[in-house]
Write a protein that binds this ligand. Structure first.
Ligand SMILES: Cc1cc2nc3c(=O)[nH]c(=O)nc-3n(C[C@H](O)[C@H](O)[C@H](O)COP(=O)(O)O)c2cc1C
Length: 179
């Protein structure tokens, strides 16, 4: 087990957002501190109670949170590592454009790759293979993000192919090794 680290899981609106709770749990079991930030869409796929119960920390979505002064800067400073899990196509486009209109994307900019930033795309195979998504991933990787290849298998839509979010426990192992 590596010494305790601070890991920020950023959750966007993919159907696999529910897996973020298992990733948080696996990392907590390894002795790490975990906080979560979710987009508004992500919270349609997973409720805050599960994430808050597992991490013991509030899930932040809003940039304008009373009691959390300048949360995007504070959370970037706090984290030893940031994992965007799962990464939706919309969030990837937002990051690639350098927008800072929500907390998750403002954290991406303010971290500016000073700490490792991992991206785990999860979406339907046609979305994943779309040139818009592929170009966005290439640019994010060129800037300094680490792109974790999605798993292959049966997707939520019933199609078989690439696009599944990596399973939380093996991903937690990869994070542990990287730390
Ligand atoms: C049932 C359902 C499942 C979805 N699954 C995905 C997905 O796996 N990946 C993805 O990129 N978008 C998915 N979407 C679309 C996103 O939720 C939508 O683009 C949303 O705007 C993403 O917002 P965010 O990136 O701000 O979280 C899904 C939408 C619905 C209704």
């Amino acid at each position: 087990m590596s010494p305790s680290k601070k890991i920020l899981i950023c959750i966007s609106g993919s159907i696999s957002a529910y897996k973020a709770a298992s990733l948080a749990s696996a990392l907590k079991k390894k002795g790490h501190e975990v906080k979560t930030v979710a987009t508004e869409s992500a919270l349609k796929f997973i409720g805050p109670a599960a994430l808050e119960g597992i991490t013991g920390q509030p899930v932040l979505t809003d940039m304008f949170n009373p009691g959390y002064e300048i949360p995007h800067i504070n959370l970037s400073e706090w984290a030893d590592m940031i994992v965007l899990y799962p990464a939706s196509a919309t969030t990837l486009a937002r990051l690639r454009m350098g927008l800072a209109e929500d907390l998750l994307s403002a954290i991406f900019l303010s971290n500016n790759f000073r700490k490792p930033y991992w991206i785990c795309p999860a979406m339907n195979i046609n979305m994943l293979e779309h040139p818009a998504v592929q170009e966005n991933l290439k640019i994010l990787e060129k800037w300094g993000a680490r792109i974790i290849d999605p798993d292959e298998g049966v997707l939520a839509c019933g199609t078989v192919g690439k696009g599944r979010a990596p399973e939380p426990v093996p991903l937690a192992e990869m994070i542990e090794e990287a730390l």
